[in-house]
Write a protein that binds this ligand. Structure first.
Ligand SMILES: Nc1nc2c(ncn2[C@@H]2O[C@H](COP(=O)(O)OP(=O)(O)OP(=O)(O)O)[C@@H](O)[C@H]2O)c(=O)[nH]1
Ligand SMILES: [Mg+2]
Length: 364
């Protein structure tokens, strides 16, 4: 199962336009709010030059890149956590994702209504953040009350721990601190897991800009201001890119450059989601396919093997590892073998980004 990213933001910020660009779908978009009601879903391949290079070295019959599933949900408005707009329906969808892509409207277009009156991305950002904080608050507060009651009735260290964790988190939320900014131990995160708090998820902010100078100025301004707190703000030109969908990649790049846009924001966005999730990629190949797999940084070799098949984890013997950089430089796996540069690693080995791995395991 690949990772999931939820696209959120105010109505008419361009979420579905962006979703269509990412997934090459044609979900309806319109200049009035709440065009999207049921979520749109689509799987996107993660662009990775390395898999292309490996493919030219290995020549596999099939290449399977790593993927991210994007989910475009209904617009969120002020009061959503209390059921305004499509409120709770929207929020339950967001709880299930691994990362959040928050689309902010920077483009000015009088034909496209703005639910908050006018272009002000800092205000929009804060509005949505507050709804997410309130939504988490509500969920955690219910658990907190239950835990508090129980601590009065029975003496149990695990309930006391839960009570303390929830208390700390609620205090942070009350101070408008999203949970992702807290320092939480693995044990504390486990306590929170079942509630799937939205503000704990990594977030990538997207500035949906037009080609005008105002958009650029606002991006620079917001990047420097407090609400963003050094979180990435990626610039995209959804409407402009939409007009270029039919073009080939080089044509698109030169067209964007004519508008003073350096690089397509879409590729950067997909990569940024991957990075925000703290994922690394390893590659496997056999006579059938070359495949990229995404795993959290720091994953052990045996757990990585389990991603391919549970039997591989259970019967794990060794991992034969070369890094992509060495393989690309050598030009063939055989020459690395001859030079004794294929490493044999045990189950505790932490898989590195770009490792090309062959797992040895004993089948049951
Ligand atoms: N001028 C301009 N219009 C845009 C841009 N991005 C999106 N739009 C238009 O804005 C309108 C709303 O876009 P959508 O993609 O439907 O917005 P949304 O955020 O999905 O809206 P809801 O589904 O209603 O929440 C459409 O008419 C788009 O064509 C942009 O960068 N510039
Ligand atoms: Mg939409």
């Amino acid at each position: 199962m690949g990772v999931k990213a939820g696209i959120i933001g105010l109505p008419n910020s361009g979420k579905t336009t962006l979703f269509n660009l990412l997934t090459r779908q044609h979900a309806p978009t319109a200049p009035y709010p709440f065009t999207t009601i049921d979520p749109n879903r689509g799987v996107v391949e993660i662009p990775d030059e390395r898999i292309e290079k490996l493919s030219s070295i290995i020549s596999p019959p099939r290449v399977v890149p790593a993927t991210v599933e994007f989910i475009d949900v209904a617009g969120l408005v002020k009061g959503a956590s209390q059921g305004e707009g499509l409120g709770n329906q929207f929020l339950s969808e967001v709880r299930g994702v691994d990362a959040i892509v928050h689309v902010l409207r920077f483009f000015n277009d009088t034909q496209v209504a703005h639910v908050m009156g006018g272009i002000d991305p800092a205000r929009d950002l804060e509005t949505i953040e507050i709804e997410l904080l309130l939504a988490d608050r509500e969920v955690l507060d219910r658990r907190f009350s239950r835990a508090r009651e129980l601590t009065h009735k029975i003496k149990d260290t695990s309930i006391e721990f839960e009570y303390t964790v929830l208390d700390r988190c609620l205090k942070a939320l009350d101070n408008a601190v999203p949970l992702r900014k807290m320092v939480l131990s693995d044990e504390e995160k486990i306590i929170l897991r079942s509630s799937q708090p939205i503000t704990l998820k990594p977030v990538v902010h997207v500035a949906n800009c037009d080609e005008g100078e105002d958009s650029c100025r606002l991006v620079t301004h917001l990047r420097q201001t407090q609400p963003l707190n050094n979180v990435t703000l990626l610039k995209v030109h959804a409407k402009l890119e939409e007009e270029l969908v039919e073009l080939t990649h080089p044509e698109r790049v030169s067209f964007l450059q004519a508008y003073g846009v350096e690089e397509s924001g879409l590729v950067l966005l997909i990569k940024e989601v991957y990075r925000a999730l703290g994922l690394v990629t390893f590659f496997t190949f056999n006579e059938k396919e070359l495949r990229a797999w995404e795993i959290p940084a720091g994953t052990h070799a045996s757990t990585a093997a389990g991603k391919i098949h549970t039997d591989m984890e259970k019967g794990f013997i060794k991992a034969e590892v070369v890094n992509y950089v060495e393989l690309a430089a050598a030009g063939s796996l055989e020459s690395l073998r001859r030079e004794g540069k294929v490493r044999l690693e045990g189950r505790e080995y932490q898989v590195q980004d770009g490792d090309v791995i062959y797992f040895r395991f004993s089948p049951f």
